[in-house]
Design a protein around this ligand. Structure first.
Ligand SMILES: *Cc1c(COP(=O)(O)O)cnc(C)c1O
Length: 405
């Protein structure tokens, strides 16, 4: 069969991940373009009235409106699904659109959601503020403590929601344990896999039901567009997500989908090299940080309390780690002394970026909630990029000198 029919699952599914990264989901037009086309169109035209009636009735395949389907978006969705090992995927306008849709499409008043304490600030906002407004009960637990998952379960528990590694504290959830527990109780697991991407961790291999992404992070990986994705079974996507998505419109723009689709071609190479750089930089800094009275949080280092679980469930531990320098003054002094590494709150980028979570990504939380999560005033989070490790080491050493560490 010709390669122009790359959307044929029977063919593409047997390809290995490196092949899927550059070819999965390709759906060529009659022109046979090498690079996937960008379909910047909001609507579609039809040869006759019956054709469109059949499509709206769901009796025929085909595009009807770009809030619902778009060829460029469909290519991205198919490529992510193949990399994830998921039956189906729907791209979203942003990571937060993906998280919001994943939760609201399935939770109703009277349901209960158990969520991880260590999480991205906006994910915690959803759990702490949005869900309760709709009568959905929530319980926040220490996600690195298996017993807390078990004891939080109630008769009305419907969803487990967590990140691993978590932003920014790098807490690791035991995927096999938590997914098995959820299965045994008929609970749906929603895993925010933004810190890993499918190149480094595929939660469905451990039994996760829904894997949600900020594709802004490693998938784009070059700091260009906002994007998100939700992967799950075909049945869950069609019956649980789509009625919500179709009518609420968190749809990704075709241009952004195209950019992320291109990013996926190099995802695995970037994610693995950035992971190697992160381990090297973390190893270099650890002793000095500890001597200065601080600590490291890096799943790739043996000092992480769940290093064994992280390395067992991940192919590599990712580009991000955090370290504590004790005070906000010192944290700011380190940031201000950086020459190469940028002060920036994005992650997954090919450039090294560093931020102070307490005053940025987690500024929307109360001091008490931040403290409970371990986002202290001295905590710095770094996304390690693709630069030469020797340049990164020099820049960090100089910054720690300036902060008198
Ligand atoms: C960035 C991030 C999000 C939100 O993604 P956006 O694309 O910025 O909306 C959600 N979860 C985690 C873990 C993130 O790092």
């Amino acid at each position: 069969m010709k390669k122009t029919t790359g959307m044929n699952r029977a063919i593409t599914q047997k390809w290995r991940p490196a092949t899927q990264a550059v070819r999965g989901g390709t759906w060529r037009s009659e022109h046979g373009e090498t690079s996937e086309a960008m379909f910047l169109t909001s609507g579609y035209t039809y040869d006759d009235a019956q054709t469109v009636a059949d499509r709206f009735a769901g009796d025929a395949q085909g595009m009807t409106y770009s809030r619902l389907q778009n060829p460029t978006v469909a290519m991205l969705e198919e490529r992510i699904a193949l990399l994830e090992g998921a039956e189906s995927c729907r791209a979203q306008a942003s990571g937060m659109a993906a998280m919001t849709a994943s939760l609201l499409c399935q939770l109703s008043a009277g349901d209960h959601c158990v969520a991880a304490r260590a999480a991205f600030g906006s994910c915690r906002w959803l759990v702490d503020n949005l869900l309760p407004r709709f009568g959905i009960e929530t319980t926040i637990i220490d996600s690195a403590d298996n017993a807390q998952w078990e004891s939080a379960i109630k008769p009305n528990t419907k969803v487990f929601f967590f990140e691993t590694p978590a932003n920014p504290t790098l807490d690791i959830v035991d995927l096999q344990f938590v997914c098995d527990l959820a299965r045994a109780h008929g609970i749906t697991t929603v895993v925010d896999n933004a810190f890993a991407s499918p190149a480094l961790q595929r939660p469905m291999e451990f039994g996760a039901d829904v894997v949600a992404y900020s594709a802004t992070k490693l998938m784009d990986g070059q700091g260009r567009v906002l994007a998100g994705a939700i992967c799950a079974s075909e049945e869950w996507i069609n019956e649980t997500l789509m009625p919500f998505q179709r009518n609420t419109g968190p749809t990704i723009a075709a241009f952004n989908a195209w950019v992320v689709h291109k990013g996926l071609e190099t995802l695995s190479l970037r994610a693995h090299q950035q992971s190697r750089n992160a381990v090297a930089l973390g190893e270099h800094l650890e002793e000095r940080v500890i001597k200065a009275g601080g600590h490291m949080r890096h799943p790739g280092l043996v000092s992480h309390p769940r290093h064994d679980i992280a390395t067992a469930q991940m192919d590599a531990t990712g580009p991000i780690f955090a370290f504590d320098v004790n005070t906000r003054e010192r944290a700011f002094a380190v940031l201000d002394a950086l020459e190469l590494i940028d002060i920036s709150n994005n992650i997954g980028d090919a450039r090294s970026l560093m931020c102070h979570p307490a005053s940025t990504t987690h500024a929307n939380m109360t001091d008490v909630a931040r403290d409970a999560m371990g986002v202290s005033e001295g905590l710095l989070r770094i996304n390690v990029g693709l630069e030469d490790i020797a340049d990164l080491v020099e820049d960090m050493d100089k910054a720690l000198d300036a902060a008198e560490m």
